[in-house]
Design a binder for this molecule. Structure first.
Ligand SMILES: [Fe+2]
Ligand SMILES: [Fe+2]
Length: 284
């Protein structure tokens, strides 16, 4: 008899487990820590603002379907995914609080941009549990491809110290659990058509909301109407080595019907960073 293949396609040598971390970010967050560029710093900080509410939603959207999963390996991956995202949320909540204290931003106002988006989506009757899971699948693909370019040093080459460690730790774990939501979605019969549609909507709204939050920060810092801000924004949107074009291939890949997150096998990159970051990470 042939053994049934597990619906979990996370490679067997990848362990999705939470780690104990502690980052002292006070000094870095008071500065334009990302390439000494106010715009790039604001974009990263805006992403951090999105994480606590976003990652809670990722967990909730998977939890809705957990009871329908009976494969032991996938259930283990799901538990690891909850733990990792739970700790990411916690660390980014601390990050966001410190950031706002250091720079005088209004945390409620900034978080409000993302919270309103979630509230509006959830009050729309067309946004079913399956749509919420599809949006987790889409954003998880984005965080994994972003994590990959970041760990490869293709964006922000020289971020040292605790702030660099935090973003690398988060990127590493995003890659480790990159297919959990996808595998759950496949297992519960999520369609290809919905996955494609939601990806388009999710990326436009995520980019729009993150730019809105970043621009609020820049306005507060009196950096909004500066030439270097315009230059960095143009680079992000249109340049070959800008944020958007760096992720274009990964974005297009997602639209293949037979796409799976582990088609891109980045285990060698993970092993490299697991070893490099070991001194700052302990098992939780
Ligand atoms: Fe995360
Ligand atoms: Fe994630």
């Amino acid at each position: 008899m042939t053994a049934l293949r597990s619906p979990s396609r996370t490679p067997d040598d990848i362990s999705i487990s939470a780690r104990k971390v502690n980052f002292d970010l006070k000094q870095a967050l008071a500065t334009d820590w990302a390439d000494n560029d106010p715009f790039v710093t604001a974009i990263f900080n805006a992403m951090s603002i999105s994480f606590p509410s976003g990652e809670k939603n990722f967990i909730d959207s998977v939890r809705t379907y957990e009871k329908q999963i009976n494969d032991e390996k996938l259930l283990k991956d799901i538990k690891g995914f909850y733990k990792q995202e739970g700790i990411h949320s916690r660390e980014h909540r601390k990050y966001n609080k410190t950031l706002c204290e250091q720079r005088g931003y209004n945390l409620q106002e900034l978080e409000g941009v993302y919270l309103r988006r979630i509230k509006t989506a959830k009050s729309n009757p067309r946004v079913t549990n399956k749509v919420l899971l599809a949006s987790t699948v889409a954003v998880e693909h984005f965080t994994a491809s972003f994590g990959e370019t970041f760990l490869e040093g293709r964006i922000l080459k020289n971020v040292e110290g605790p702030i660099g460690d935090l973003w690398r730790w988060h990127a590493l774990e995003e890659l480790e659990h990159k297919s959990v939501a996808f595998d759950v979605y496949s297992q519960i019969g999520g369609s290809y058509k919905l996955r494609k549609t939601i990806m388009r909507i999710a990326m436009v709204t995520l980019l729009k909301d993150s730019l809105t939050v970043a621009l609020k920060m820049l306005r507060h810092d009196k950096q909004l109407w500066k030439w270097h801000t315009f230059k960095s924004l143009t680079k992000l949107l249109f340049f070959k080595d800008g944020f958007v074009r760096l992720h274009a291939t990964a974005y297009k890949d997602f639209f293949r019907e037979d796409f799976h997150p582990w088609d891109s096998d980045n285990r060698a990159l993970l092993v490299y960073w697991q070893q490099k970051l070991e001194p700052i990470m302990a098992a939780a």
